[in-house]
Write a protein that binds this ligand. Structure first.
Ligand code: CA
Length: 229
């Protein structure tokens, strides 16, 4: 269930938001000042924050900054009675994703909420594609870590790049020339022996201790990354 944190000191507006959003199927928590909002944001796992700008104890811009430090991907929608361009820019500087001026149309608000949530989901999906998986081998591009069958494997940067290229092009023959060009960014018409050296380093680390070998030599052609040679 999608959880929304509403930070709004005007009781009437807060209740209107809570009731309306709950009718749309969202789980809503209300904070009546900025500090309470920050506390709840730290403790809970919300999918989106709707915040007023003028709030007791901590204003909405400060709150947005705190939330951004905590969770850079958290969608924040600002609500305010102020509507000048400068206020808008302040809100975006503080990390608000969207901005609505009170009094607002509730249908427009829910439409914007949907857009923000969809954008967040999309971003989350992009993060998960940072992990390349083949058989029991896993490579995390963001953290530069590799594991096989859950066992961490330490690779040098060059070995990592070579394996990344192979993981992105599995089950087809990769020639030495292609590897030299794509991984080393150089053209070696002759003397691609160094690639065999690196392939052997990689084999020792990712294949030697495992029954299923992933890197295979195709004599006279190159290498193939596959669990079913
Ligand atoms: Ca207010």
């Amino acid at each position: 269930m999608t959880q929304i944190l509403v930070v709004e000191d005007e009781q009437r507006v807060a209740e209107l938001l809570k009731r309306g959003l709950e009718e749309c199927g969202y789980l809503v928590t209300v904070a009546f000042d900025g500090e309470m909002g920050a506390r709840l944001a730290k403790a809970g796992s919300y999918d989106l924050v709707i915040s007023d700008v003028i709030l007791p104890k901590m204003n909405g811009f400060e709150l947005a900054r705190v939330i951004r430090q905590l969770n850079p991907g958290m969608p924040i929608l600002m609500l305010t009675a102020l509507g000048t361009t400068d206020d808008k820019l302040d809100g975006f500087d503080a990390g608000a994703d969207d901005y609505m001026v009170k009094p607002f149309d509730f249908r427009e608000l829910t439409a914007r909420i949907k857009v923000l949530l969809k954008r967040k989901q999309h971003a989350a999906r992009e993060i998960t594609t940072d992990v390349l998986v083949y058989a029991d081998l896993e490579m995390n591009i963001s953290t530069k870590t590799v594991s096989r069958a859950g066992i961490q494997i330490k690779l040098t940067p060059k070995e990592f790049n070579l394996l990344e290229y192979m993981l992105n092009h599995p089950e087809r023959v990769l020639t030495r020339t292609e590897i030299a060009e794509k991984v080393w960014d150089t053209h070696f018409d002759t003397g691609t022996n160094f690639i065999d050296v690196y392939i052997n380093y990689l084999r020792k680390k990712i294949d030697r201790d495992f029954d299923v070998k992933l890197i295979h030599t195709k004599p006279g052609m190159g290498f193939i990354f596959t669990s079913q040679p």
